[in-house]
Design a protein around this ligand. Structure first.
Ligand code: SF4
Length: 327
């Protein structure tokens, strides 16, 4: 059984008196000890999906449908204290994009870390545990406990957030664009630490990112999201090795490589993700797709199984498979 099983999740938010469906029937799994990535451009619904897993604001009051099973419990059906239990010890922990807004600027790091530890620990045991957690994220100095967040670099602050998240010994860590606000060197260090700490602890990870390079380096499985839907999913090896969906192909061509030319040689996907108010029938990627056909704007794309857990949702892929006599 998966640690986290998401089936046909739908999330609708009220905006300016209008009901907008931001997540439109997505399904994915995160296995025990696994590292799954949700990847796509900004505005695809990745973060709303992450918030829906424990009904964090602004999704707490949202209209959610489908099923989110975490350790066998249906999270969408939980309320109040039961929901807090899912967010607490051994449950789901989060780290977010901007560590400086996640930390309280007027409290020392030690005070904030102490709040994340189990109640009833003695002072000496708390200090020892905090130093252990900081050492695991390569911050071995005791002086960090006395520091205010403004005295830390962005990378150090994010490592403190990771240490605090791990204090609750979560079964699942949701990392929502955890390195976007950091410089390239800090990005690499934080992601390497995150993966190392979680793999050693047996903590599963759901990484939300727009960066396929991070997915290739760290994740086991990936779901590519576009306009509130998953358009391709499978093992990282399958999806990044042979992307089938035109959007996944476009994202991969936009990743810089050492062998490739300069940034000016990188491919881009024309246009941008439309506003949820404009997500209608058919394939929402059609206006940007080099393979769009008349049916694409009218009929929702079919699921095409590509071997193992690899699947894509696309009329063009379906046509290619049936021409090849496989689909
Ligand atoms: S369904 Fe059509 S528009 Fe959408 S990605 Fe496939 S070919 Fe392109």
């Amino acid at each position: 059984m998966s640690l986290l099983s998401v089936r046909q999740l739908r999330v609708a938010l009220e905006t300016d008196g209008r009901r907008l469906e931001i997540v439109r029937g997505i399904s994915f799994d995160v296995g025990a000890g696994g590292f799954h990535a949700l990847v796509g451009e900004s505005g695809c619904g990745k973060s709303v999906t992450a918030m829906a897993l424990t009904r964090l604001p602004p999704v707490d009051g949202a209209d959610c449908g489908g099923e989110v099973l975490f350790q066998g419990r249906d999270v969408l059906g939980l309320r109040g204290g039961s929901l807090r239990a899912v967010r607490g010890r051994g449950g789901i922990a989060y780290i977010f994009q901007d560590p400086m807004s996640a930390l309280n600027p007027v409290l020392r790091v030690g005070v904030q870390m102490g709040e994340a530890l189990p109640a009833g620990m003695g002072r000496a045991a708390m200090r020892e545990r905090m130093l252990e957690l900081l050492a695991a994220v390569d911050l071995p100095e005791a002086r960090i406990l006395e520091a205010f967040p403004c005295e830390l670099s962005g990378g150090m602050a994010q490592r403190v957030c990771l240490a605090m998240a791990m204090a609750s010994e979560p079964a699942l860590l949701v990392a929502d664009e955890p390195t976007t606000a950091l410089d390239v060197v800090a990005q690499k260090k934080v992601l390497e630490l995150l993966e190392g700490v979680c793999r050693r602890a047996g903590t599963s990870v759901l990484l939300i990112t727009h960066n396929l390079g991070l997915v290739a380096r760290h994740a086991d499985t990936v779901s590519v999201m576009y306009a509130g839907r998953i358009v391709e999913s499978g093992s990282v090896e399958a999806v990044l090795g042979a992307p089938a969906h035109p959007y996944a192909q476009g994202l991969l061509k936009a990743v810089p490589t050492l062998e490739g030319g300069g940034v000016e040689d990188l491919a881009t996907i024309p246009g941008r993700v439309p506003s949820p108010a404009d997500w209608g029938r058919g394939c929402t990627f059609a206006p940007r797709c080099p393979h769009a056909m008349p049916i694409c704007a009218q009929v929702d794309p079919p699921e095409v199984r590509l071997g193992g857990s690899h699947a894509a949702w696309c009329h063009w892929v379906a046509g290619n498979r049936s021409v090849a006599g496989v689909g």
